[in-house]
Design a protein. Structure first.
Length: 201
């Protein structure tokens, strides 16, 4: 069964690039992604006037990476959270990322204290009349040595982007709108990871 976002023809494409400290780049993934049902939920709040009165609350302005993808049951549009999203400390204290800790809407529940990396406005680019590209960067200092023991590092293997706060709650209550799992990447300080995520509306 199609979800609301699919009915509207919303699609996405993700390219993952490993950029070494030498400046060399390596494409690790170049493929489509899943637009999940949360996109339809967020847009329905907008179109029916039942959510926030501010267009800013409908912006896709944050993301999470995780270490337990793909989720049990496979990758479907019904996914509403990452399988193993990182905590705020796991993103790295020396990283350039700005981390927000707020609530997340998961199905009919509200989960508090979820960590999100915010997407700077200068990393969002309009491409033509119907496409937007988000450039998400895990710099050299981000997400390294996640368990504190280099022999037991966790592998990044999933990512999701989120709508800020479509229900107009006093504190942000973000909702997952697109998701992608990929082969394990053991993050080190030798490289940054660049996620170029294009959504077509």
């Amino acid at each position: 069964m199609k979800n609301f976002a699919e009915d509207m023809g919303i699609t996405g494409h993700l390219t993952i690039i490993r950029k070494w400290n030498t400046g060399d780049e390596e494409v690790l993934l170049d493929d489509s992604n899943i637009i999940v049902s949360g996109m339809g939920v967020g847009l329905s709040y907008l179109f029916t006037g039942s959510g926030s009165d501010s267009i800013l609350d409908y912006q896709i302005d944050r993301f999470q990476v995780g270490v337990s993808g793909p989720p049990a049951g496979g990758v479907t549009s019904a996914i509403n959270q990452l399988s193993g999203q990182l905590s705020d400390s796991q993103y790295g204290t020396d990283s350039n990322l700005f981390i927000s800790v707020n609530s997340q809407i998961v199905a009919n529940s509200l989960i508090s204290n979820r960590a999100f990396a915010l997407i700077p406005g200068n990393k969002v680019t309009r491409i033509g009349n119907s496409s937007v590209r988000y450039t998400l960067v895990l710099d050299e200092e981000a997400c390294n040595n996640l368990q504190g023991d280099s022999s037991e590092d966790l592998n990044i293997n999933e990512i999701g982007m989120f709508m800020k706060n479509p229900t107009a709650a006093n504190d942000d209550r973000s909702i997952l709108v697109c998701y992608r799992t990929f082969s394990n990447i053991r993050k080190t300080s030798d490289f940054s990871l660049i996620f170029r995520w294009t959504l077509n509306f």
